[in-house]
Design a protein around this ligand. Structure first.
Ligand code: ZN
Length: 62
């Protein structure tokens, strides 16, 4: 029996999918770049949120 509710499983899967996408961006060399405008994302922001995929001007759209 799982202790997880369907909602927490969905949230966990969502986070793991974000990790997958971050690793893929790392592989193809676009990890530090905003997905919208390709502006480099600062180290400070990536340290706070390593899954950040967009610059501050473009809050998460994905
Ligand atoms: Zn941007």
């Amino acid at each position: 029996m799982s202790e997880f509710t369907n909602e927490s499983v969905a949230a966990i899967e969502n986070t793991l999918n974000e990790v997958d996408r971050a690793l893929e961006r790392l592989r193809v060399g676009t990890y530090r770049l905003c997905q919208v405008c390709a502006t480099p994302i600062s180290d400070a922001e990536l340290i706070v949120n390593p899954l950040l995929a967009n610059c501050p001007a473009h809050p998460e759209l994905s």
